[in-house]
Design a protein around this ligand. Structure first.
Ligand code: G1P
Length: 286
């Protein structure tokens, strides 16, 4: 399975923080936001990743992440010229996907907790799979209802009256049909190709499965200054308590066997004596 990481959007709710730099490059405690969704992909064993962003932000993201070779993975890059919707990323990625199923993750989604369900979803070959998470304010998200077998029974984008407390997270798994479905969509009233419309198309075929991310999982919001600070403090709390980093992509690449100890040592050298470098060396010494 290939993966798409969409780091788009104008980040208006975070301006002026996002005046010159994309939201996905803002820090969440000790690393750029984009490391978090990236780590979700790497933990799911996905190593061929297309990163999509605005023409303005793409060069900066590429400067940060490079080809992926030093992590034993492959990053490709593509621009989304205008913010015309999450589903448009599937059309932009069509050539890259080359008929393969895909995982799509949004660049501002932070997941923390057991990853088993996500790893399992990464072996999907038919239909689609999304994750739902109980939230207090479902009206801000895509909202899904499901039956006992985990099949979606309704899905709505930012409904005024949500039918359930379950928000659809920004982590989607699709079979090879997804780009064609995206191409068949009409823009919504906000002028975007909605990912919820892709999901609804699968639901109408009886092919939208929903997994619930339970109480032991954190799905953090990063949409407002308060949410951004909360996310940073959450990461700080866990990291300081355990002495282990969340979303340290170099560590994940090493533990997953994508790179050798010698390669990790070289990556650690980049950070010299700072905390991040010391942490990478501590992983090696274990
Ligand atoms: C998007 C999707 C929404 C989903 C959310 C998850 O919302 O449209 O269905 O629940 O991402 O982060 P947006 O970020 O465009 O408001």
């Amino acid at each position: 399975m290939k993966a798409i990481l969409l780091a788009g959007g104008s980040g208006t709710r975070l301006a002026p923080m996002t005046a010159v730099v994309t939201k996905q490059l803002l820090p969440i405690y000790d690393k750029p936001m984009i490391y978090y969704p990236l780590s979700t992909l790497l933990l799911a064993g996905l190593r061929e990743i297309l990163i999509i962003s605005t023409p303005h932000d793409l060069p900066m993201i590429e400067k940060l992440l490079g080809s992926g070779a030093d992590l034993g993975v492959s990053f490709s890059y593509a621009a989304q010229p205008k913010p015309e919707g999450i589903a448009q990323s599937l059309i932009i990625a069509e050539k890259f996907l080359n008929g393969q199923p895909c995982c799509l993750i949004l660049g501002d989604n932070i997941f923390y907790g057991p990853h088993n369900g996500i790893e399992q979803a990464a072996s999907l070959t038919k239909g689609s799979f999304v994750f739902a998470y109980r939230v207090k304010d479902p009206e801000r998200y895509g909202v899904v209802t499901l039956d006992a077998a985990g099949n979606a029974t309704s899905i709505e984008e930012k409904p005024a009256q949500p039918k359930s407390p379950y928000a659809v997270t920004g982590l989607y798994f699709y079979d090879s049909e997804a780009p064609a479905i995206a191409r068949s969509l009409k823009p919504s009233p906000r002028g975007e190709l909605e990912i919820t419309d892709v999901n609804r198309a699968y639901m109408q075929r009886g092919e939208l499965k929903v997994g619930i991310l339970g109480r032991g999982t954190a799905w953090l919001d990063t949409g407002t200054p308060d949410a951004l600070l909360d996310a940073a403090q959450f990461v700080q709390t866990i990291e300081r308590r355990q002495g282990m980093k969340i979303a340290c992509i170099e560590e994940i690449a090493f533990r997953k066997g994508f790179i050798t100890a010698a390669q990790l040592e070289k990556l650690a050298e980049r950070y010299g004596k700072n905390d991040y470098g010391a942490y990478l060396r501590s992983v090696l010494e274990e």
